[in-house]
Write a protein that binds this ligand. Structure first.
Ligand SMILES: Nc1nc2c(ncn2[C@@H]2O[C@H](COP(=O)(O)OP(=O)(O)O)[C@@H](O)[C@H]2O)c(=O)[nH]1
Ligand SMILES: [Mg+2]
Length: 489
């Protein structure tokens, strides 16, 4: 109990840290359109990706214990479906869809973490929906079923950017299943790249789980090995890595029966792989454990990026101030010089002969003041505008990029810095930026370290199951965390 309270309070603390310290600056400077915590406050999420008819929906139905998602050989279901838990119907009843809502609701209800996806437009909204299901499996997490990848010609007709949607969803997800089937074991390149580009590099690999599904369709063990080999090769091509990520080999017995027994081939290998489905199930049920880690990374990444963003803005203002001081000083000297030469000129030319010395000095001073006034208004304005566009042209000069972390975070915020400087023409309060930087820095330097210490402490505790958000929500049976390992961890 103590541990669970600790975990819950840690979670709440992390979300609060984001909403108190990071969100105000993120919203103010256009770094994000919605409060940053929008994406992280909901339940743990598992995203299921893969090419069409790789058996994603069938696999989900298998875990839920009912035909919740439509399945079929043709790419019939072209929607993103969020499947979550609903306790208004008992889990003892038949598993069924208790409530269904459309994309408009999902994208606008602040309870859900999908507000950021509104930008994908009407077509996407009409292909996004929510199903609430009374399945025990969903008590600690939600699943998103996705339409599969199609070929590039049909991709264009979707009316929204599929890859971007996948990228946005992957960012919210705590676990991403990438499902292949023996027929098309290599066509998820685009999705994979899209996820890789969106997720922070340090957590990217922890969050992916590869599944080779429909293995009952391999004619024999030798055939399976061939398919497996091809998939490994394809994956190494996509990931650019030589080591092969763990791949879970599974199939749906119900779908196999439905498809009818196929002739020929020794299928006894299936018996040896039966345990893989259970392991996959357990791995999915571990998603809530990833949530704290996910939150910690979220705080670190955005703390880092926002800090970098504000630092660049402060550097801009410091440079502008320096530029102004320098030019004011030069203006002062020039005015003084011109005033003095005017006085001297008048004196020696004798034009205003008879004028006493005080009046002469007054005329010189007046000339100097006029020059200084013109300098500091008209000329300075033009020069400051030129300074501004010079900085915009070469934004990289605004910040030191001494290592890869800095280069990465700069890459992520450079566009926002440009947009903000352009929008404000560089007129913003340095004092306020400094204050906000202080808050963000606190999270970046101290908060993140403290979170990691707390996570290490938790990891060191004996009961591995403690990462589960709320044990009262756990399904009956073995602890989902106790049988980790195998090829799917
Ligand atoms: N034999 C066999 N067929 C499967 C398996 N999984 C799915 N199928 C069939 O493959 C087709 C596509 O499955 P579906 O779940 O709709 O794929 P999705 O497009 O990835 O959601 C359906 O006709 C399923 O019955 C499996 O493990 N074995
Ligand atoms: Mg499907």
């Amino acid at each position: 109990m103590y541990r669970q309270n600790y975990i819950n309070s840690l979670r709440a603390e992390l979300v609060k840290m984001v909403s108190d310290y990071l969100s105000p600056a993120a919203l103010h400077y256009g770094y994000s359109d919605v409060p940053l915590e929008t994406n992280i406050k909901w339940r743990p999420l598992v995203l299921v990706l893969g090419n069409y008819s790789s058996g994603k929906s069938t696999l989900i139905n298998e875990f839920l214990g009912a035909d919740i998602q439509a399945t079929g050989q043709a790419p019939t279901d072209d929607s993103f479906t969020v499947i979550t838990y609903d306790d208004s119907a008992s889990t003892a009843e038949n598993v069924r869809v208790v409530e269904e809502r459309d994309g408009k609701f999902l994208l606008h209800d602040p309870e859900y973490p999908f507000e950021t996806l509104r930008k994908h437009g009407q077509r996407f909204a009409s292909h996004f929906r929510l199903k609430k299901v009374n399945a025990t499996f969903l008590e600690t997490l939600a699943i998103i079923d996705t339409p599969g990848m199609l070929d590039s010609i049909t991709e264009r007709d979707r009316g929204y950017d599929y890859q971007e949607v996948i990228g946005d969803l992957a960012q919210i997800a705590d676990l991403v299943l990438v499902v292949f089937d023996p027929h098309k074991a290599g066509t998820v390149r685009e999705s994979y790249i899209s996820i890789r580009e969106t997720l922070p590099a340090r957590t990217f690999e922890d969050r992916l789980l590869f599944v080779l599904n429909r293995i009952d369709e391999c004619a024999s063990f030798a055939d399976l090995l061939q398919v497996y080999g091809t998939l490994c090769w394809n994956l190494s091509q996509i990931t650019g890595r030589k080591d092969i990520p763990p791949i879970c080999l599974t199939y749906s017995p119900r779908a196999m029966l439905r498809a009818g027994k196929r002739s020929g081939g020794d299928m006894s290998f299936l018996g040896h792989l039966e345990n893989q489905r259970e392991e996959l199930k357990r791995a999915i049920l571990k998603a809530p454990r990833h949530r704290l880690d996910h939150l910690a990374t979220f705080v670190e990444t955005h703390g880092e990026r926002l800090g970098h963003f504000l630092e660049a803005l402060m550097n801009y203002r410091r440079r502008l101030n320096k530029f102004r001081w320098k030019h004011t000083f030069i203006g002062f000297l020039v005015s003084l010089l011109l005033g003095a030469s005017a006085t001297f000129g008048l004196m020696i030319s004798g034009i205003l002969g008879g004028m006493d010395q005080r009046m002469l000095l007054g005329a010189g001073g007046g000339a100097a003041l006029t020059v200084f006034f013109l300098w500091s208004t008209l000329l300075m304005k033009r020069r400051a505008a030129r300074f501004h566009s010079r900085v915009l042209r070469d934004l990289d000069k605004l910040t030191p990029l001494e290592n890869q972390t800095r280069r990465d975070s700069w890459q992520a915020v450079k566009g926002f810095v440009y947009a903000y400087l352009e929008k404000t023409s560089g007129r913003f309060s340095l004092a306020q930026t400094k204050k906000e930087f202080g808050a963000v820095k606190l999270v970046r330097d101290r908060g993140a370290t403290e979170i990691r210490e707390a996570l290490n402490e938790l990891a060191g505790l004996k009961d591995d199951g403690i990462f589960v958000v709320d044990s009262t929500m756990l399904p009956e049976g073995p602890s989902p965390t106790s049988a980790a390992g195998g090829s799917v961890t």
